[in-house]
Design a protein around this ligand. Sequence first.
Ligand code: VGL
Ligand code: ZN
Length: 219
Amino acid sequence: MVLKNKIKINRNDALLVVDMQYDFIPGGALPVKDGDKIIDLINQLIKTFKLNQGIIIFSQDWHPSNHLSFASNHLNKNPGDEFQSKGIGPVLWPDHCIQGTKGASFHKNLKIEYVDKIIQKGLDPNTDSYSAFRDQLKDKETELRVFLNEKNIKRLFICGLALDYCCYYTAIDGLEFGFDVYFIIDASKGVDIPKGNISDKLKKMKESGVKFVNNQNFL
Ligand code: VGL
Ligand code: ZN
């Protein structure tokens, strides 16, 4: 399942580090199991991309407190309850990554000094934006596509949190927008909500043409 060949990063490559924020790390509001264990690996990747003139991008979930993906903004709903309506769902979440809070900030151990661009998403209270490219209704894009095209990026390497939500939707949109998409398996962790979601989303990515790699594939 993981590619065998070695990969040499160049100036047409981008590393997209998805949502490495306190709320997605154990201790946060929407913790991803072992989310903190991938920080060192991501820092190694950041160094590899920097050394080889690749571009480094961080995405940041950045919600207003009245965001409709929060169970607290619905009557009689709890985090994890099923909910599917106009760009929200398939479940409701605990309040997380509220703009300006500690939970929304990047983990302090990340090599943020090497970042070329930060893409914020989920700002519209009425629709979610798992993908770093655009909202779930596919209505409004972030700056990501234009930025990647301006920098003449061909290969997009994705890692971070959560594998089965923001990483997955970003990877699928990346393919649709014409990028050669690589998913760095060992530098990503998922929530697996509902159960089986991680393996389902890995299968969908593979079928769609996403390539799987590990940190050791990089030269
Ligand atoms: C995410 C659920 C809600 C993610 C963001 O970063 O994967 N998941 N908001
Ligand atoms: Zn969110």
